[in-house]
Design a protein around this ligand. Structure first.
Ligand code: ARG
Length: 480
């Protein structure tokens, strides 16, 4: 990347061309102002959307006989050349241009001469940047949906394989009742499934084309906005030109959805970190997805999960930043809106890489089934089932709760599980206990009897897994 000084020294002439608005000015812009004002260093990632938008605009201008077919073809050829050359690295996007729009236009004129100056007919950078951002965000919404789908596939596989893997379910991070790993992971399946549906919502709402809104008040040229909208894959053109150039709702909605994804990933990461601790030992991370310590040779750290948890903050920050940037803006376009880019780009890069890496980490993690089951057994997670057993024998639940609690106390004193009490010990608290208590409070029974829809019982779980499978097949990635 050429730095600003070299680029400017090299190209006194080009910098004049790079500025699209010199006519009304008699003095050179202050150097620091140029740098402060410029967005090229970050909006250059919009080059493809910018050029594709321009191509559609030019096709429409020719269709409306505002450009001749020859002019159209020359401009299209020039734009194709820029797209190709930037794509393969032969053309560098250098910082002497104010923004990506100026870069493309100046380059076009350099390539094809004066006819290139007709590109901007009936268009403003305001509707142009609104279009570029929309097209960019739309693509990223689709990428997000695809990565979510891939993560759901990993979760689904883990669920299918772990319908019988018992583990404690927690409330207050205290062992509560036994569940299965399939059930626990199934909770995340639901979260990421909702995240996908948010992607679809955003896409549906934002898929209207702002091109043709001009600076704020449309144009006097007979533009066919339906046509450009259709060429660019939008459902139709936007309905108010002032809103078109000043709407960044879709950016905010997307950031809110990305923040929610990060919240979900962060909660799951936290659990992976806990499960990976020496005390829990529920999981072993694959070597490829963990790191060591420079001093403590025994360490295998869950850095990926920690980083995902940590990066959640910057995505929330981008959302807050954008909401704050937009809150006091009068209609229509204000330069404040240029601030929509860096935070969003960073949030997008962050979430996409987190989704990808998290899925990879989860796909390779080994679950220590024995440790999970032992933990469920040692935590009195079947104490509710002891009470339920008594209720089935006519004891009121409140009394049954007390009896079960006293049995737990007895076990704590002897460092053993409820299953290890002798029948006599059970009967010291209630004569309703019989030999079938052991079967009734076995892990298998405790989980297996929970068969209401959404509960961890194997039959109920298999039904949900079947529904998930159908959902993944009927709603594959790439549909929005
Ligand atoms: N770089 C600008 C942005 O990102 C492009 C639009 C410029 N429009 C203007 N009226 N100065 O918002």
């Amino acid at each position: 990347m050429v730095d600003f000084d070299t680029a400017v020294k090299d190209s006194k002439e080009r910098i004049e061309m790079a500025q699209l608005w010199g006519g009304r000015f008699t003095k050179q812009t202050d150097r620091e102002v140029c740098e402060f004002n410029a967005s090229i260093l970050f909006d250059r990632r919009l080059y493809r959307q910018d050029i594709e938008g321009s191509m559609a605009h030019v096709r429409m201008l020719a269709k409306q006989e505002i450009l001749t077919p020859e002019e159209r073809d020359r401009i299209l050829k020039g734009l194709e050349g820029i797209l190709r050359d930037v794509g393969d690295g032969t053309l560098e996007i250098t910082p002497e241009y104010e923004d990506i729009h100026s870069f493309v236009e100046a380059n076009l004129i350099e390539r094809i001469g004066d006819v290139g100056k007709k590109l901007h007919t009936g268009r403003s950078r305001n509707d142009q940047v609104a279009l570029d951002m929309r097209m960019y965000v739309r693509e990223k919404v689709r990428d997000t949906d695809r990565l979510l789908w891939e993560l759901l596939e990993v979760l689904q596989r883990i669920m299918e394989e772990n319908v019988d893997t018992f583990m404690p379910g927690f409330t207050h991070l205290q062992k509560a009742q036994p569940v299965t790993l399939a059930h626990h992971v199934g909770a995340y399946f639901e979260m990421f499934r909702r995240d996908r549906s948010r992607m679809r919502d955003i896409c549906r709402r934002m898929n209207e084309c702002p091109l043709g809104a001009g600076a704020l008040a449309g144009t006097t040229y007979p533009l066919d906005r339906e046509y450009t909208a259709q060429l660019l894959g939008f459902d139709g053109p936007t309905r108010n030109s002032m809103d078109s150039v000043s709407d960044r709702d879709y950016v905010i909605e997307y950031l809110a959805a990305l923040s929610t994804i990060m919240m979900h990933l962060s909660r799951f990461s936290e659990e992976i970190i806990i499960w990976n601790s020496n005390e829990y030992g529920f999981v072993e991370l694959d070597d490829a997805f963990s790191t060591g310590s420079s001093i403590m040779p025994q360490k295998k750290n869950p850095d990926i999960a920690e980083l995902v948890r940590g990066k959640t903050g910057r995505v929330y920050g981008a959302l807050m930043g954008m909401l704050t940037t937009m809150k006091g803006l009068p209609l229509a376009y204000n330069k404040d809106m240029q601030e929509d880019k860096e935070g969003v780009f960073d949030a997008i890069d962050t979430v996409l890489s987190c989704l990808h890496l998290f899925a990879g980490m989860l796909d390779t993690v080994k679950f220590n089934r024995a440790a999970m089951e032992a933990s469920a057994r040692n935590g009195f997670t079947n104490a509710t089932d002891v009470a339920d057993y008594l209720v089935n024998r006519g004891v009121p639940f409140r009394d049954a709760h007390g009896i079960s609690g006293r049995l737990v106390l007895k076990c704590i004193a002897q460092s053993k599980a409820l299953d290890d009490l002798t029948l006599e010990e059970f009967r010291e608290e209630s004569d309703r206990f019989d030999g079938d208590i052991y079967e009734a409070i076995s892990m298998k029974a405790c989980v297996g009897k929970r068969l209401t829809k959404g509960a961890p019982g194997q039959e109920a779980m298999r039904a949900v897994i079947g529904e998930n499978r159908r959902y993944l097949e009927e709603d594959p990635a790439g549909q929005i």
